[in-house]
Design a protein around this ligand. Structure first.
Ligand SMILES: [Zn+2]
Length: 473
């Protein structure tokens, strides 16, 4: 049903590259064990008018607040290579990340399993996949013969951009120094699930709701930080910040990277205006920025700048990676997915037609969407790629698919043999929320908006911990 590939037209898909940033600096003779890194940025903003992701309503974009980007860091030590790519998107899907990784391997020699592609979860990016996209797309085609929102084949173009940004980052690789560690940020993220007086658990029950008893889960105040400096002149080239906080603070119909945009702006003020700030979301399935005490309403710019202040405050405490030990391990966890009968699918199809009419309760529509996702995925299993990248003695990155509950991310950190374990969610694919078994039993929004069977999250934790232990026996 997708339209043929057409040119991007007026939308500039420039690649800014760190190739340009990094050439011309004096050459350093690196020892074989020295680590190299390169960074590159690609514009992945779709044309204006493309349908936006994040809500259960049709929302064509009307402009751009700040361009959406895919940012890549490639590390190289001896024969070992690894890439991290983070996209300003609500989610990435295997139908894009798999061919992108395969083609990137062909082009760069970086093994596909060593390429971690994740999304930040920006709710002001394109809706280019899943049952909701299918629904709106099919309706548009049935009505007018074509889908006016999809003037380009976005998944195909995104795939091309991902391949290119990885190749550009690799081409830019040069000797670097890496500092790693953690900063702390309190009062910016909140567990959004609450035990209520009636015994239920509710997601986002509203500010100053008198029926709230207590939060149903923790937050993760840790900000994982990696700073990459050019070994020749010590100039910061790239920063990676990993923090668990939903990216739905902007809304509206303008494309935006959400608070990571302001994070980068603020970091550039002290680390130089050529710094590429890569933000990756931590396990934040049940974490957002709503303070139900009503004491504060956190705005996008404030969140980005506050997080930048935390990163800056943490910089003096980062540890230099004196013995870089680049290595990658990955495995596929076969997550059982929820299945539905043909009758349930038929009912869900009908329910989807009432989207936007107010006819059905919101949660019924979420359920219908999930049933349609089952039909869209055509599988009762998800081959979930779990990856672990070791940067040094104390530091490792983990990539997991889906919107992972914070308790699962914390469990990985707790069991990890690495002091700095940075858990990155929404990596490679998105089976929607990945709650804990406990949360599935409690119910509420995220447990309905999930493709996975209870226990899938715990399987991801087991995989991640296994990989981390392989990297540091
Ligand atoms: Zn979400």
């Amino acid at each position: 049903m997708r339209r043929a590939v057409v040119a991007w037209g007026v939308v500039p898909w420039f690649v800014c590259g760190a190739t340009a940033l990094l050439t011309g600096v004096g050459q350093t003779q690196a020892a074989e064990s020295a680590i190299r890194a390169g960074v590159a940025v690609a514009d992945i903003t779709p044309p204006i008018g493309y349908r936006m992701s994040g809500y259960f309503s049709e929302r064509p974009s009307t402009g751009t607040h700040d361009p959406l980007q895919a940012k890549a860091i490639v590390w190289r030590q001896g024969d070992e290579q690894a890439a991290l790519v983070v996209c300003d998107l609500c989610a990435v899907y295997a139908a894009v990340t798999e061919p992108a990784r395969t083609r990137a391997q062909q082009k760069t020699g970086i093994p596909a399993s060593h390429i971690l592609i994740a999304a930040t979860h920006s709710h002001t990016g394109p809706l280019y996949f899943n049952a909701l996209r299918e629904h709106f797309h099919n309706k548009a085609v049935a009505k007018g013969g074509s889908d006016p929102c999809e003037m380009v084949d976005y998944p195909a173009q995104l795939t091309d951009r991902l391949v290119q940004v990885i190749a550009n980052a690799q081409a830019a690789a040069r000797p670097v120094r890496i500092d790693c560690g953690t900063a702390e940020q309190q009062n910016l993220s909140f567990n959004r699930r609450f035990h209520m007086k009636d015994g239920s658990v509710r997601c986002n029950p509203g500010s100053r709701n008198p029926n709230i008893v207590r939060p149903a889960g923790p937050i993760d105040p840790q900000v994982g930080v990696v700073l990459v400096r050019d070994a020749a002149d010590n100039r910061p080239v790239a920063s990676l910040a990993v923090f668990a906080l939903h990216l739905d603070t902007t809304g509206g119909t303008l494309y935006s990277a959400d608070y990571p945009y302001y994070l980068e702006q603020a970091l550039r003020q002290s680390l130089g205006d050529r710094l590429v700030s890569v933000f990756a979301n931590g396990a934040c399935g049940d974490i957002n920025h709503f303070d139900v005490t009503g004491r504060q309403t956190l705005k996008t710019q404030y969140i980005g700048e506050t997080l930048a202040a935390a990163v800056k405050a943490g910089l003096p405490g980062l540890n230099p990676v004196t013995r870089p030990q680049l290595a990658v391990r990955s495995e596929v966890a076969q997550l059982p997915l929820r299945t539905y009968t043909p009758d349930e699918v038929a009912l869900a199809e009908k329910a989807m037609d009432t989207l936007g009419t107010g006819e059905k309760p919101a949660m019924d529509l979420v359920k219908a969407y999930e049933i349609m996702n089952f039909k869209w995925r055509k599988s009762d299993e998800l081959a979930a790629l779990v990856q672990a990248i070791r940067l040094g003695d104390d530091t490792a990155l983990v990539g997991l698919p889906g919107e992972v509950f914070v308790e699962l991310g914390l469990a990985i950190k707790q069991a990890s043999p690495f002091a700095n374990t940075m858990v990155i969610e929404l990596s490679q694919d998105c089976p929607d929320y990945v709650p804990t078994r406990k949360a599935f039993a409690e119910g509420s929004y995220e447990t309905v908006c999930s493709c996975v069977e209870p226990g899938g999250g715990e399987m991801l934790v087991a995989s991640a911990v296994r990989l981390l232990k392989q990297l540091k026996p």
